[in-house]
Design a protein around this ligand. Structure first.
Ligand code: BG6
Length: 501
């Protein structure tokens, strides 16, 4: 049997009246439908506790639908015709019976031979198990296939994550479970394995002999506005480092898988995760944003929903090491922060210097992979300035998606890509249970230390700044060499002079 779910699949979104469903899940389902990537015969059911009429529900979920051309407007109505709403509680059977009836009616009217059901839990983890149990008991088909997508956070630490897994494991097989980390659905993240393993040029020098340092940085130009209450018990490390950034790091550093088969990829990810050394609690820079320098933007503690004495970390730069043959001795920094000077997620792989010999001074190669915004890959390389000059200049080989690829092609949003993968039965871009345990195993001791009574105080950095003031020193200490001020700017329009032959 094909792994792809059939034309008469029922897709149920739990937490259908919530923000995540409104902003991400339903728009992603619509995007797939618009592009012809979702059969036009599926049934989509929203389930939540709120009392909503079908019409209110449809108005709510279509708020964030995107169309590329006017002709696609009719697609919205077509899509909404597939949707309905079932109201019910999460913890008692009644709503699930109504839900099951709605699904069965649809299956019967289409004479489906087998029930195919995709459940999407756009819910906080506190109710995962309750919903899972009720689903299993009341909505799990006796003859058919089930897929269950769960959203992060998968737990708060190693213990709660293990507990969650223990509760879900008897209910759903690993095959049925799809743990979403939406970073794995981003186009440039999906490109990492192709870039690395499909280019001998990169592949050959992808190791400690040639690479001097690695950085992965996640920057957001906005604070926790409106989400302070949620964020306060989470902090930036749980919010994006333990999951999104660590996932990017594993794809960047894992060994070549035997194939692009999901398990082959996930096996290699697990191996490299196991090779990450226990974090050094001193090798971290932590911060919390205060008011902007001009006073126009609020500090983290100005949020009424936040404990006024909160030590919540909104910025962290963490040094780590991978002790295996490939990476031994290469300093790696992962960093993430809110309320910074810009929004950007990128990877910087800086190469070692060439033997000086003929060059008095020459800069290091650097590969930059920009995940967002404006996907790009560029390699800073040295080149002679054209003409009679004998000077070298740092320039770049540049693959900017916006200029290289036609504007008409469709890059799916992360959630679109991942829901499509789940529909196709492809687990490659979902988090496996053992990845989860290892990543929590790495971060939990650090979090315990940082959140203990005697844990360090985060440094206050101004909203809109680059983060804690010692960041540059921290990056230098971890092997990163900054280009001398004014010697390199990307994208480059005129040669900038640096060094003499
Ligand atoms: C989420 C975090 O998982 O990822 C948010 O909870 C963060 O705090 C978001 O803003 C970033 O995702 P993206 O796709 O906007 O980079």
């Amino acid at each position: 049997m094909s792994d792809t779910l059939g034309d008469y699949t029922s897709i149920v979104v739990f937490g259908a009246s919530g923000d995540l469903a409104k902003k991400k899940t339903f728009p992603a389902l619509f995007g797939l439908f618009r592009e012809g990537e979702l059969p036009s015969t599926v049934k989509i059911i929203g389930y939540a506790r709120s009392k909503l009429s079908d019409e209110d529900f449809k108005t709510r979920i279509s708020e964030h639908f995107k169309i590329k051309k006017d002709e696609q407007k009719s697609k919205i109505d077509e899509f909404l015709k597939l949707c309905s709403y079932v109201q019910g509680p999460y913890d008692t059977a009644e709503g699930y019976h109504a839900l099951n009836k709605e699904i069965e009616d649809y299956e019967k009217s289409n004479a489906s031979a087998k029930a195919e059901r995709l459940f999407y839990l756009a819910l906080p983890p506190s109710v995962f198990s309750t919903v899972g149990k009720n689903l299993k008991e009341h909505v799990y088909p006796s003859n058919g296939r089930v897929r269950l997508i769960v959203e992060k956070p998968f737990g708060h630490d190693l213990e709660s994550s293990n507990q969650l897994q223990k509760e879900l494991a008897p209910l759903f097989t690993e095959e049925e479970l799809y743990r979403i980390d939406h970073y794995l659905g981003k186009e440039m993240v999906k490109n990492l394995l192709v870039l690395r393993f499909g280019n001998e040029l990169l592949n050959a020098a992808w190791n400690a002999k040639h690479i001097r340092s690695i950085q992965i940085s996640f920057k957001e130009a906005f604070g926790t506005e409106g989400r302070g209450g949620y964020f306060d018990s989470i902090g930036i490390i749980r919010d994006v480092m333990q999951n999104h950034i660590l996932q990017v790091l594993t794809l960047l550093t894992m060994e070549r898988p035997t194939s692009f088969d999901p398990e082959a990829i996930r096996d290699e990810k697990v191996k490299v995760l196991k090779a990450i050394e226990k974090f050094d609690h001193e090798d971290i820079l932590i911060g919390q944003y205060g008011k902007s320098e001009d006073g126009s933007k609020p500090g983290y503690l100005d949020d009424d929903t936040v404990d006024p004495k909160s030590k919540c970390i909104t910025y962290a730069a963490l040094g780590l090491k991978i002790s295996n043959e490939r990476w031994d001795g290469v300093p790696i920094v992962i960093r993430a922060g809110k309320a910074l000077d810009e929004s950007k997620v990128e990877i910087r792989v800086q190469y070692k210097p060439v033997a000086k010999g003929v060059f008095k001074e020459i800069q290091n190669n650097e590969l930059v992979i920009r995940i967002q915004p404006n996907e790009a890959v560029y390699m800073k390389i040295n080149s002679k300035i054209p003409g009679i000059s004998t000077e070298t200049s740092l320039t770049e080989l540049d693959l900017s998606y916006a200029t290289r690829f036609s504007k008409d092609f469709w890059i799916p949003e992360a959630y679109e890509a991942l829901i499509r993968d789940c529909f196709l039965g492809n687990h490659s871009n979902f988090v496996r249970d053992d990845e989860l345990s290892i990543s929590w195993g790495l971060f939990t001791p650090l979090l315990n230390y940082l959140e203990s009574k005697d844990g360090p105080q985060p440094e206050i950095y101004p909203y809109g700044s680059k983060g804690p003031k010692d960041l540059r020193k921290f990056l230098n200490k971890h092997g990163y060499v900054f280009n001398e001020e004014g010697t390199y700017q990307w994208p480059l329009t005129a040669p900038n002079v640096k060094g003499k032959i």
